[in-house]
Write a protein that binds this ligand. Structure first.
Ligand SMILES: [Zn+2]
Length: 292
């Protein structure tokens, strides 16, 4: 008999089946806390920490939120101590599978943390690094995913980007984390940084139609019919949808996939993306600074 816990998300009303409740963290109250990561009502990954008892009955559901940060900073300006990237200490039991990725992201100003993989206080990090302005640090812990040069570069890029563009919700942070986890075998490039920027600022990035039509996309982009179908949907909705986040609600597919198509539209000047507080010019030199 398979052991499955079932609950309903309070936001999107999706019925979620937890097929591996044993991945959860054992709590002192005898319940097991399992981090259910799913695409919620806005199309972005949401983290629900649910507590399950030994009979697989769900006893509590808590959606993880990051609090909005008031101010952002450019790379060379230290962040004021009042800034608060992570509003509280968040623990999620696992990223994708048990022990595939274990890290603690820390806001050095407030001491608040985002703990992925239930890292315990007595564990020692394999490696630690900080963002250039020292606001965000990450410690990497024993797990089945090797911390090679490429993953190290990705983590450095990520902590610097979340310092520049503090995520307003845990979902954006999780999207970015999933993205780097999937991409970790190839070192980050400028294009990837643009994608992460858009993930982190999805509700602040505004789209508008530009002068070109979809005919401006050259054949060698090799987009499929499905791509064009989704591109049509995106273009149709741009007038009424104000932000990238709202566009992603229209497109039922993967959030990062939508961003990828939006970037193609931007590349051929079919749309414009108005991004706030972004680094004006990102080039290879910038990446070198980040991963130095
Ligand atoms: Zn949901």
């Amino acid at each position: 008999m398979s052991r499955v816990a079932v609950y309903q998300c309070l936001d999107c009303s999706k019925v979620r089946r937890i097929v591996q409740p044993e991945l959860g963290i054992e709590k002192q109250n005898g319940l097991r806390q399992y981090s259910d990561i799913h695409r919620c009502s806005d199309g972005v990954l949401a983290v629900n920490n649910i507590q399950i008892d030994t009979n697989l009955v769900v006893r509590a559901i808590e959606k993880q939120e990051l609090e909005a940060q008031i101010q952002t900073s450019r790379l060379n300006i230290p962040l004021p101590k009042t800034n608060n990237v992570f509003h509280n200490n968040i623990v999620i039991s696992h990223l994708k599978e048990k022990n595939d990725f274990r890290a603690i992201f820390k806001n050095e100003w407030t001491g608040s943390t985002f703990n992925v993989g239930n890292v315990r206080t007595n564990e020692e990090a394999i490696a630690e690094f900080s963002s250039i302005a020292s606001g965000i640090s990450v410690g990497y812990y024993e797990c089945t995913t090797e911390l090679d040069k490429s993953l190290t570069d990705w983590l450095k890029v990520l902590i610097n980007l979340i310092e520049l563009i503090p995520p307003k919700e845990a979902g954006y942070f999780m999207e970015a984390l999933h993205f780097i986890f999937d991409m970790r075998h190839v070192p980050p490039c400028v294009y990837d940084i643009h994608i992460i920027q858009l993930i982190l600022s999805a509700d602040d990035a505004y789209l508008e139609l530009s002068e070109n039509t979809v005919d401006a996309i050259p054949k060698d982009e090799e987009l499929s019919e499905e791509h064009y179908y989704i591109i049509d949907l995106i273009l149709k909705h741009i007038n009424e949808a104000s932000s990238l986040l709202e566009i992603s609600k229209i497109i039922p597919d993967d959030f990062v996939y939508t961003i990828f198509l939006i970037m193609i539209l931007e590349k051929y000047d079919i749309i414009k993306i108005n991004k706030p507080e972004m680094i004006d010019e990102i080039n290879d030199n910038f990446i070198d600074i980040l991963i130095d």
